[in-house]
Ligand binder design. Structure first.
Ligand SMILES: CC(C)(COP(=O)(O)OP(=O)(O)OC[C@H]1O[C@@H](n2cnc3c(N)ncnc32)[C@H](O)[C@@H]1OP(=O)(O)O)[C@@H](O)C(=O)NCCC(=O)NCCS
Length: 184
């Protein structure tokens, strides 16, 4: 696992920073939103306790190096609108997975593309990754578009990989390699 140290990343409109207990309500607002969990294999949260537990798990993961999850904060207002993460590190292969979500009222303004560009710079430049993977529901067009804008390439398809709200759902696999970035 990488040795994670508290980090802040800045973009023109956003601050990405480690999360703590003060983010509980904002984190709950994101994952209690059924639009956010539409393509997730778990139901929207209905209890604030879920956010309390999630923040505790996020904090533990900083300590053991298993997940670098950043809160996404609007620079203008200081509001925490969502989060993004590098996780499932396979250190010997310099590889991990990518995750992201923001509250639905903030969609369509380029925030996640902006946040992930900074997160990926951190992953490749600071954590020295060689490869980042993402898997998404093929119906999640916005998520696919975000990945493609960032240079990810479609690599595979796994039918019925998840049960999403009672329905078998497929996965499209995406990957971003260091050499794609070097060549860009
Ligand atoms: C997917 C998600 C992260 C996108 O965040 P966002 O901040 O709205 O993304 P951006 O504005 O940076 O980019 C969205 C892009 O998708 C496009 N888009 C939006 N809806 C789309 C759709 N249904 N089909 C195709 N493209 C779509 C937008 O036009 C934009 O592309 P453009 O810049 O070329 O115009 C956000 O919708 C979200 O949090 N969803 C819930 C959680 C989730 O699904 N996470 C991913 C799980 S793998």
């Amino acid at each position: 696992m990488p040795d994670l140290t508290p980090t802040k990343l800045f973009t023109p409109r956003l601050k990405l920073r480690w999360m703590d207990e003060r983010d509980t309500d904002a984190h709950y607002a994101v994952f209690s939103d059924p639009l956010v969990t539409r393509y997730w294999s778990s139901e929207p949260w209905t209890s604030r306790d879920r956010a309390v537990q999630a923040i505790a798990r996020i904090r533990a993961a900083y300590a053991d190096g298993s997940e670098a999850r950043f809160g996404i904060e609007l620079l203008e207002t200081g509001e925490l609108i969502g989060n993004c993460a590098l996780h499932h590190f396979f250190e010997a292969s310099r590889r991990c997975e990518l995750g992201y979500a923001i509250g639905s009222r903030h969609w369509g303004r380029g925030y996640v593309s902006e946040a992930l560009a900074a997160l990926l710079d951190y992953g490749f430049d600071v954590l020295d990754l060689n490869r980042v993977e993402a898997d998404i529901d093929p119906r999640n067009g916005a998520s696919a578009r975000v990945l493609e804008k960032l240079g990810f390439r479609k690599e595979g398809y796994m039918p019925e990989r998840w049960i999403v709200h009672g329905e078998a759902a497929d996965t499209v696999n995406y990957g971003l390699l260091r050499r794609y970035r070097d060549a860009a």
